[in-house]
Design a protein around this ligand. Structure first.
Ligand code: ARG
Length: 471
């Protein structure tokens, strides 16, 4: 199984070749620079495999123990900085070479009945499952930052925008929570991707299944998988779990980008709704006055990179014949890149949100009385005017205020009476944004009590027993 090629290279294959591979082939084939990150999982799965081989009678109990202890020493060496050498093709070769140094003869028995095809699929799945737990925890931190701001701003009013035009007044907490719920959906998608990854391929061998009766249930339980794969051909070529995680991360990146865009816009001098803390602002090398929200802009930019990772992976797998193909080695670049991107972004966005201040005077001042036009029409509807007539009457008032260059609330009562005989002296109350908001206590609406109920539901989502992957 293990042979020593020219120059003392440790190889997992090579016996059938008269000469060694060309350096050009080795260069393109080598994946250690990327897959080295799988090493903790490669060791864990190999320890479980040693136990399974012992259950199958391939290794004696003493040999299995020697292999497992050897693998522990390999792990300790790598942790202490042991580096791969140029001839280590991939992480599996690297770990196997060190294991031969640590455990000699029984090390040569470990690769019985398995292939790097089921090995790399198993290691990648374990890595992805672990990443899901880490990313989920970071999403929760961002959600917590949004909630803390929302708790403090239930009664602060701001304009909500459609088509980026002032539409209707809302609670600032309502706007903040509109960025909380997409993240909650992202968490569900990440949990789904984790579950897709939690299928054990080990035991599939290269393609046809291991010829040794290794107990796959035992492997599943030892490694924390939920299920075992049903078909060995499918198991070694299945990267659906990578695609599902990449989609979940792309969607998350898209949500971060949209949150970032709102904040960048609201942080501009023209809006002035939010001010970023010094700790999360950058300066300009030329313009001394600048406070730039770089982390947020990078969130917007990184969403494109995440999408690229997803599309790249889908392109890699779409034309592959069944079973394992070396193209699949590319999956880890996309997977690692996407997880790295959100791992950098999430704490920076959470910090930006946690430390920004909301300027309640500015948000309230931006709520102009024309934004209560719908409320005025609703007022007429309550007085039995049809909505169509009410819309037309209020439209006239809007135009009149615009022509005169004043706010609707500054129009004389006579103008209201002329627009519709249903307007009474109590109409001015309807032009207050507080009244507008108070009419919207419908579940999911911006009425302050509805927002308080929403906040409570959001807090419930973050209770500690809702952690994915057991923490
Ligand atoms: N480095 C390979 C990968 O990441 C491991 C599997 C190699 N299998 C093989 N038959 N050459 O996919």
């Amino acid at each position: 199984m293990s042979s020593h090629g020219e120059g003392g290279a440790h190889k997992l294959w090579g016996g059938r070749f008269a000469g060694g591979p060309a350096p050009e082939l080795e260069a393109v084939n080598r994946s250690i620079g990327t897959d080295i990150r799988l090493w903790p999982f490669d060791i864990v799965l190999s320890k479980a495999w040693a136990a399974a081989l012992s259950s199958a009678g391939v290794l004696s109990a003493a040999e299995a123990k020697a292999v497992q202890q050897g693998l522990d020493r390999v792990g300790a060496r790598i942790e202490q900085g042991e580096q791969p050498i140029a001839s280590d093709e991939d992480v599996h070769t690297f770990v196997d070479r060190l294991l031969h140094e640590e455990a000699a003869e029984p090390a040569g028995r470990l690769h019985t009945g398995r292939s790097r095809n089921d090995q790399v699929a198993t290691g990648s799945r374990l890595w992805a499952m672990d990443a899901c737990g880490r990313v989920d925890a970071m999403v929760r931190d961002l959600q917590r930052a949004l909630l803390t701001q929302a708790d403090a701003h239930v009664e602060t009013l701001m304009p909500a925008y459609t088509h980026l035009q002032r539409a209707q007044p809302v609670s600032v907490a309502h706007w903040l929570l509109s960025h909380f719920w997409p993240l909650e959906r992202d968490r569900a998608r990440i949990a789904g991707a984790r579950s897709a990854a939690a299928v054990l391929p080990l035991g599939s061998g290269a393609i046809a299944g291991s010829a040794f009766a290794v107990p796959r249930d035992q492997l599943r339980d030892a490694l924390g998988f939920e299920r075992i794969s049903e078909n060995s051909i499918d198991a070694v070529g299945d990267r659906d779990f990578v695609a599902e995680l990449l989609f979940a991360l792309t969607m998350l990146g898209t949500h971060l980008s949209r949150l970032a865009e709102d904040l960048i816009l609201f942080g501009s001098s023209e809006f002035g709704f939010v001010r970023f803390s010094d700790a999360f602002s950058t300066g300009s090398s030329m313009m001394p006055q600048k406070r730039n929200p770089d982390a947020l802009e990078l969130a917007r930019g990184s969403a494109a990179r995440l999408l690229g990772d997803l599309v790249g992976l889908l392109g890699t797998i779409k034309g592959l014949p069944s079973g394992y193909n070396k193209d699949l080695q590319e999956d880890k670049r996309n997977l690692f890149d996407a997880v790295d991107a959100v791992t950098l972004l999430l704490p920076a966005i959470a910090g930006s949100v946690a430390t920004l201040t909301i300027n309640a005077d500015r948000t309230r001042a931006a709520v102009s009385s024309a934004m209560m036009a719908t409320d005025l029409a609703d007022y007429l509807v309550r007085k039995r005017v049809t909505f169509r007539d009410a819309h037309a009457a209020v439209g006239r008032l809007v135009r009149e205020a615009e022509d005169k260059g004043i706010e609707m609330i500054d129009l004389p009562l006579e103008s209201f009476a002329a627009a519709s005989s249903a307007f009474d002296g109590d109409v001015m109350r309807e032009l207050a944004p507080e009244t507008s908001v108070s009419h919207r206590e419908i579940p999911g609406g911006t009425g302050l009590n509805a927002v308080r109920a929403q906040l409570e539901a959001a807090h419930t989502c973050l209770l500690d027993d809702q952690v994915i992957g057991g923490g």
